[in-house]
Design a binder for this molecule. Structure first.
Ligand code: NDP
Ligand code: MG
Length: 386
């Protein structure tokens, strides 16, 4: 039985990972973690009997500890607890399904403990890719993509020579506001932005998808995962979310992976790579689908994507500024403290103002995150229009 740990088991990717495990029946869950949802985590502990489970706050950990005192699961808390769960000795693979840069330390700790990583937590690779990728080589561990586009690219690379990649074509649905101008997006409310046309995901990534910041993060994620330059990554809008991404080779051949929009496929592929297992669920029906359409992305009205290319080219701590500004801005938007367009305006301002530094260490990355959050805190923020 393969043994796995899941960071962020109560979220969208975490619960779908457990769904795959429940169906396949040959994976043992040895560690689970959540932020604050101890009701759900308790249910998961009772069903999967992990050796260890972590929650963010000490107080919630104490409450959970009492509730599950009849089980043998050890309950831990804080960053220390998260790292303990990520490095549980018996775990062979860690699914990083936690949201945000908080994933950096536990991911690095898991790799140092020689665990393979099934990576959903893209913020970690965007901000610390220059640390993560060399560390993976040094420790001899695999980074298996869970993000659907990156899984599609990974699948399209099977058996090919990576040196022969001409470009990577990342597909994007365009989100709920595709075709709108900034003027038309001024009044967008939290409720509108939380409705994604094709995918059901956690709140932060749903907002990121609507602003196209998610695609920007994915461009940087692809650069690190597949060792290509940003000039070799092209984004194309494919509104039906059927083609999950493509690779064009030097001879002009384009290889793609297609499927219905279901995250369980990339999750399962990462867990069993290079094997494929039966996955119940809807299949593509090309006759019913009739057409797959394409458009160029609108970089003017969705400036988050253009900014991502800019910070990706700058490198150093610039992707961290971009990501940290976005994390804070999305949090403020969800609390209705800023308007929708303020999200990308804030990112743009932080990218222009926060000093650039080359090759930051983990400490340097976390310092830049703090600096960016403090910068936003000190701004006289425009009143939300929601
Ligand atoms: P969710 O918001 O649904 O879940 C996030 C998980 O992280 C929850 O288990 C949450 O716990 C936990 N968490 C949140 N904050 C903290 C914290 N401060 N300390 C410890 N744990 C915390 O997110 P998603 O599942 O949608 O996304 C997870 C990651 O996967 C993101 O990086 C996202 O970009 C990426 N991803 C997601 C996709 C999707 O389809 N959802 C697709 C591709 C990538 P709690 O429930 O207690 O709050
Ligand atoms: Mg994706």
């Amino acid at each position: 039985m393969k043994k796995i740990g899941i960071l962020g088991s109560t979220g969208s990717i975490g619960t779908q990972t457990l769904e795959v495990i429940r169906t396949q029946k040959d994976i043992e869950v040895v560690s689970l973690t959540a932020g604050s949802n101890i009701d759900f985590l308790e249910q998961q502990i009772r069903e999967f009997c992990p050796r260890i489970a972590a929650v963010a706050s000490e107080e919630k950990a104490r409450a959970l500890s009492l509730r599950v005192s009849d089980t043998s699961t050890k309950i831990v808390s804080g960053m220390e607890g998260l790292i303990e769960a990520a490095t549980e000795p018996s775990a062979e693979i860690i699914v990083t399904a936690i949201v945000g840069m908080i994933g950096i330390r536990p991911t690095i700790a898991a790799m140092e403990a020689k665990k393979d990583i099934a990576l959903a937590n893209k913020e970690t690779l965007v901000t610390a890719g220059h640390i993560i990728m060399p560390l993976a080589r040094k420790m001899g561990v695999s980074i298996l993509p869970v993000d659907s586009e990156h899984s599609a690219i990974f699948q399209s690379l099977n058996g090919e020579n990576r040196e022969r990649i001409h470009k990577i074509i990342l597909t994007a649905s365009g989100g709920p506001f595709r075709g709108k101008t900034r003027e038309q997006m001024k009044q967008i409310r939290v409720e509108d932005a939380l409705k994604h046309p094709n995918w059901t995901m956690g709140q932060k990534i749903t907002i990121d998808s609507s602003t196209m910041v998610n695609k920007g993060l994915e461009v940087m994620e692809a650069k690190w995962l597949f060792g290509v330059s940003l000039d070799q990554i092209e984004v194309v809008i494919q509104p039906q979310s059927v083609i999950h991404s493509m690779v064009e080779y030097e001879d002009g051949a384009v290889i793609a992976q297609l499927g219905t929009p279901d995250m369980k496929l990339p999750i399962q592929y990462a867990l069993y790579y290079p094997d494929r297992r039966y996955l119940p669920g809807a299949r593509l029906d090309f006759a019913a689908l009739r057409q797959i359409t394409f458009e160029a992305p609108d970089l003017e009205n969705f400036k988050g994507l253009a900014l991502a290319y800019e910070v990706g080219r700058k490198g150093g701590n610039a992707p961290t500024v971009f990501n940290a500004a976005n994390e804070k801005a999305v949090e403020l938007f969800l609390k209705r403290q800023i308007g929708y367009l303020d999200i990308t305006d804030l990112i743009e301002e932080c990218v222009a103002r926060i000093p650039w530094r080359s090759n930051p260490s983990v400490e340097g990355i976390l310092d830049t995150e703090r600096e960016t959050h403090e910068y936003i805190q000190a701004m006289r923020l425009p009143k939300g229009r929601n």
